[in-house]
Design a protein around this ligand. Structure first.
Ligand code: GYE
Length: 323
């Protein structure tokens, strides 16, 4: 019996330890506690974003309870419920997809905990379910990608340019808006034809798979690849080479994010254009957490300023990216 009790006690302790969110710092009574649900680790963008949030929490003296959902919405919902049960001061999360958050966010609202959306937004009828959004303007990223293509089209002087699009996670904000901004900007230009859009889920392996499929189906009729992130682009490039084409020359490659690895490839000429999307959202998040804790008003949306880099620029001027 004693042994059974000891085993049960040990099991309870292990469960308590594992069940607890990863607590980055020990909270003192005066310290603000932020619960943050990261959506996964699918890209160098995401890894840079996670690190920046950890660094900035430490910098601002904010205690961070961070959980990684490994690309699963259910896990994000569970994490938010744990943050509510823990009575954190502020909940922040990067929603993997836009739909399906109303129930859990109503629970946070009932508990009186303010919610900040980081990176991506949600679709809801009830605007009061979150205080604000801190992230990029994905629509304008799509516009910039298309603006580059239109300039390139003028220089190439071709009558027709066939585009294939490799998109990010279905139902996610960057996927929807990067596509919309691009399509709206090329609409009406008779030279540009989108052959097909395929979903690469923001993953390198899926980028490679999508590229193999597209090359098999369309071969040398492909003129342009528009990929929604660097990871998928980096996955696609070797497939283009294996099929006997030179990326950046036989096919125009347009990517988004601007992580170090992709910028290095841009400098080698295998990518033609990268639209920047910065993952460095940590300090804005911490400022927002402090303001909410003090009961101050916060801007409903904050977008980081972003550029684009292409073979029209002096690429030597691009500094260390930090992600
Ligand atoms: O572009 C991609 C990541 O939501 C902005 O998600 C983010 C995107 C980013 O996986 O690399």
């Amino acid at each position: 019996m004693k042994r059974l009790t000891a085993v049960l006690l040990a099991a309870v302790m292990i469960f308590a330890l594992c069940g607890c969110a990863k607590h980055e710092e020990t909270k003192t009574d005066s310290q603000i506690l932020l619960g943050f649900s990261q959506l996964g680790s699918e890209s160098s963008w995401r890894i840079g974003n996670t690190k920046d949030i950890q660094d900035q929490a430490a910098n601002y003296g904010i205690s961070l309870m961070m959980e990684n959902a490994n690309q699963k919405q259910d896990k994000q919902i569970d994490a938010i419920r744990r943050f509510i049960a823990y009575r954190v001061d502020v909940i922040a999360f990067s929603p993997i997809v836009e739909d399906g958050w109303d129930n859990v966010l109503n629970e946070a609202k009932q508990a009186g905990i303010p919610v900040v959306l980081v990176d991506r937004t949600i679709r809801t009828e009830d605007e009061s379910l979150y205080k604000c959004l801190i992230g990029a303007d994905f629509y304008s990223e799509g516009v910039k990608a298309a603006a580059y293509l239109l300039k390139k089209a003028d220089d190439l002087g071709k009558d027709t340019l066939n585009v294939v699009e490799i998109t990010g996670t279905e139902d996610s904000t960057p996927m929807r808006q990067r596509q919309q901004g691009f399509m709206d900007t090329i609409a009406g230009d008779e030279r540009i034809h989108v052959l097909e859009s395929v979903n690469g889920d923001f993953l390198k392996s899926r980028g490679a798979e999508c590229m193999r499929y597209l090359l098999e189906k369309y071969g040398d009729t492909i003129d342009v690849i528009y990929s929604h992130n660097d990871e998928m682009t980096i996955g696609a490039l070797p497939e283009i080479e294996k099929a006997g084409f030179t990326p950046g020359k036989d096919m125009v490659i347009i990517s988004i994010d601007g992580g170090q690895e992709a910028i290095d490839i841009l400098k080698q000429g295998k990518i033609n254009c990268i639209v920047e999307c910065t993952p460095m959202l940590g300090s804005t998040l911490m400022e927002t957490v402090l303001a909410l804790k003090n009961g101050e008003e916060v801007p409903r949306e904050t977008h980081a300023a972003e550029k684009s880099f292409s073979d029209y620029d002096n690429l030597e001027e691009i500094g260390e990216r930090g992600y």
